[in-house]
Design a binder for this molecule. Structure first.
Ligand code: ADP
Length: 407
């Protein structure tokens, strides 16, 4: 079995796989917050929460000990001993330019992930903590790092270099990296299989994938390779997000500093946690709440929804131009999979680039894990809804990397 671990600053998510089948999963929350006094671990087997552990979890190592405990619990657990875990896959946010695909974790890989902490100060450190905790407890089990940035390493220089002095890229590594790569890759593979079955060979396929969740991004994928992504140096660029501003004139932060006397910490907080859907609507960062408020007549909530969809439309158009065509648009993640009214608005007026929505199909996308086609039968381009599964992608990569090495 393969254990997938995804550590955030105060959380540890895990999922156990047997092949492609998810065996069980869980989440430890509030790890290390106020010393981890109020941490809770919820373990799910089938669709039910079968165990809930409330215990102090001062760090990820302690949280991982509780994960091990619930996994091997004689009553609720799904494995008898840790020896059943053949490999562990770790989500790592930043792999810089070094990692273009998933790799077996060794001391050198750990040192490189450490080096990229400077580029992803909020994400790589907790990812590393997860790796270290697992290494301590499972010293002989092979571990694989799956990077959010790796899929986008195929972007050409004209897409990833900013209009700054070139030394900023060469010396200081300031460039566009793109994120959400594991999700974009997962749905792109599913979409590619679908299009291939429709007679469009992989090497000719031009796809735009829209990952619309709390964080949101659009990726242009040509022949199965990412050629552009709306997220850049950090996951702040591009679309409007739950609490992040997305695209912004770079002079705005300068104005905040100079004219409004804000410091870097305050500007960071404003752009990352107080902006986006939340900042514009004043209601919530959660799209469901914002849509509800808009329906109830809140004009700022409506404006937030309009800006969100407008940006997605702009990026789809831009990427169709960048690729010189478009065979399919894919919607995924919380909003992309569940909000028909948002999907409709994101492709509104895009008939001129071959995207014609079928309203009835769009309104009746179900909960199954299949590819749902929501474009009209006479639409030149396909519009697809594909549920993402980053954990499954990590599990597959982990099994493949470990098998390759065993050969
Ligand atoms: P994360 O980026 O945290 O993984 P998700 O992919 O779970 O986020 O997406 C969360 C977003 O999806 C929230 O804004 C939530 O409101 C939105 N969402 C989920 N279901 C719906 C729905 N039925 N209609 C509109 N938005 C939805």
């Amino acid at each position: 079995m393969v254990l997938v671990i995804n550590c955030g600053s105060s959380s540890l998510k895990y999922e156990l796989f047997e092949g492609d089948r998810s065996v069980c999963s869980g989440l430890a929350e509030r790890v290390g917050v106020d010393g981890g006094e109020h941490a809770v671990l919820t373990h799910e087997y089938g669709d039910e929460a079968t165990a809930r552990v409330s215990a102090p979890m001062p760090d990820h190592t302690v949280a991982f000990d509780y994960v091990v405990e619930v996994l091997t619990d004689p009553e609720h657990g799904q494995i008898r001993s840790l020896q059943e875990i053949e490999a562990v896959g770790h989500r790592v946010v930043h792999g810089g330019e070094q990692f273009t695909e998933s790799v077996l974790i060794d001391d050198e890989v750990i040192a490189a992930i450490e080096d990229f902490c400077e580029l992803a100060p909020l994400h790589n450190p907790p990812n590393l903590e997860g790796i270290r905790a697992c290494r301590q407890r499972l010293p002989d089990v092979p571990m694989v790092a799956v990077f959010d940035t790796a899929f986008h390493q195929t972007m050409p220089a004209h897409a990833f270099v900013y209009g700054l002095p070139y030394r900023m890229y060469q010396k200081h590594r300031i460039r566009r990296y793109g994120f959400h790569g594991t999700s974009h890759r997962y749905v792109a593979i599913e979409a590619a299989q679908y299009l291939q079955a429709k007679g469009i060979p992989l090497e000719r396929q031009k796809i735009v994938t829209c990952h619309l969740g709390n964080g949101a991004s659009v990726t242009a994928i040509c022949g199965g390779r990412s050629v552009d992504c709306s997220l850049g140096f950090t996951p702040l660029e591009g679309l409007l997000m739950g609490t992040r501003s997305g695209d912004l004139d770079p002079a705005v932060p300068l104005h905040l500093i100079r004219a409004m006397d804000m410091d870097a910490v305050e500007v960071d907080r404003l752009l990352n946690t107080e902006s986006g859907l939340l900042g514009i609507s004043g209601v919530s960062s959660d799209m469901r709440d914002v849509v509800q408020a808009a329906e109830d007549g809140n004009t700022r909530a409506q404006l937030a929804v309009d800006i969100f969809c407008y940006r997605v439309r702009k990026y789809i158009g831009a990427y169709a131009a960048a690729m010189g065509g478009l065979d399919a648009v894919v919607f995924t993640a919380g909003i992309g999979e569940n909000a028909p009214e948002i999907r409709r608005d994101c492709v509104r007026g895009l008939e001129f680039i071959g995207l014609r929505l079928d309203e009835a199909s769009n309104n009746s996308v179900g909960d199954d894990r299949e590819v749902a086609v929501i474009s009209a039968a006479n639409s030149p381009g396909y519009i697809l809804v594909i549920p993402t599964d980053e954990e499954l992608m990590i599990a597959r990569d982990t099994a493949r990397v470990v098998a390759d090495i065993a050969e």
